[in-house]
Write a protein that binds this ligand. Structure first.
Ligand code: SF4
Ligand code: SF4
Length: 331
């Protein structure tokens, strides 16, 4: 297994309505984990023995503080660490930031999100208060995610936060043209520039309130059931089976090892190349990925090509993984 962290989208509700939100989260969203299913899912995650940490995200997990508190408590009772992703809307003053974090069972990682879209609602000082409170409580990992297409904006944000957080813990990601974000991108921001990197987000799977298992922690909730990135559902499948299927999928391995740009290059050598007029968001792997994997023709071609290319290696990895899992059990 690649990552020892698994994501749980606790709720799609959020007190903000950021213009770029690909989930279109907001106060009106009602999709969230029921307590019983939360308990069952965390028990299932723990029983796999594959994970050390659950990353609670949304929406905004702090907007459902009781649910978040139960989730952290359940994770802790199963000896799992708790990471939380948040905008920091609860950290208006140093005191309220500290009080809010102290009122939860211990959190091990705090991942804050900020950028010009978030800052239409949440001033950066809130994020600073949250960082300082997390430090005071010895939360061992604190990171900051900035969503932007503008290098100048990214540099300015990094400068602002550099007094509070080392550069290594500030990450930038591109805007994704989905949900409310579909209306935010300007014409000049559309380009054929591919991001020539593997997709690291495929190393972490996520579970939604409706118990869908997402192969990556990217914007894939709107994909149809049965799509390789929307890999299964805990109502009718075992978590380990779905995780193994994700690990063995030749197309997802291509994305994980090389990235969507490589899939596009491979398709360029076939009749099914994306049309030269197609444009993608520069620096946004997900835009290209969803364009390619959202098209059945591309999916079929990539599956045939990758099964031939990676088939033997995947068999070897699968058999090695089985040997490791069975090590010491006498099987
Ligand atoms: S981007 Fe985050 S903070 Fe903003 S509306 Fe979406 S979930 Fe809420
Ligand atoms: S590039 Fe594709 S696989 Fe990776 S996070 Fe984005 S949608 Fe998911």
């Amino acid at each position: 297994m690649d990552s020892t962290t698994i994501g749980l989208l606790l709720t799609l509700a959020c007190p903000l309505r950021c213009r770029h939100c690909y989930l279109s989260s907001g106060p009106e969203r009602t999709e969230e984990f029921e307590h019983d299913s939360l308990e069952a899912v965390i028990r299932t995650i723990a029983s796999t023995g594959r994970f050390s940490t659950i990353c609670f995200s949304g929406g905004e997990p702090f907007y459902r503080k009781e649910l978040l508190s139960s989730a952290i408590h359940l994770a802790t009772s199963h000896r799992l660490n708790s990471a939380v992703v948040t905008s920091g809307f609860w950290a208006g003053t140093p005191e309220s930031a500290l009080h809010t974090l102290k009122s939860l069972p211990p959190v091990t990682e705090l991942h804050l999100s900020t950028d010009t879209f978030h800052q239409e609602y949440i001033p950066p000082e809130y994020v600073v208060n949250a960082i300082k409170a997390a430090r005071e409580l010895n939360i061992w990992a604190v990171t900051l995610g900035i969503t932007t297409l503008q290098p100048l904006e990214e540099a300015a944000m990094k400068r602002f936060f550099s007094d509070y957080l080392d550069d290594r813990y500030i990450f930038s990601q591109a805007l994704i043209p989905l949900g409310r974000g579909a209306h935010q991108l300007r014409e000049e921001e559309l380009t054929m520039g591919f991001m020539e990197t593997p997709c690291d987000d495929l190393r972490m799977q996520a579970i939604t309130p409706s118990l869908d298992i997402l192969a990556c922690c990217g914007p894939v909730l709107s994909l149809p059931v049965g799509h390789p990135l929307r890999a299964g559902n805990l109502k009718n499948e075992n978590l380990v089976d779905v995780l193994n299927r994700i690990n063995d999928d030749p197309i997802l391995n291509l994305m994980k090892l090389c990235g969507p740009w490589k899939a596009a290059r491979i398709l360029e050598h076939t009749e099914a190349a994306p049309s030269p007029g197609s444009r993608f968001i520069k620096g946004c792997a997900c835009d290209l990925c969803l364009t390619l994997l959202g098209d059945d023709r591309y999916l079929k071609i990539l599956r045939v090509l990758m099964t031939g290319l990676l088939g033997k290696e995947i068999e070897e990895i699968t058999s090695l993984r089985k040997k490791i899992e069975n090590f010491g059990t006498g099987r």
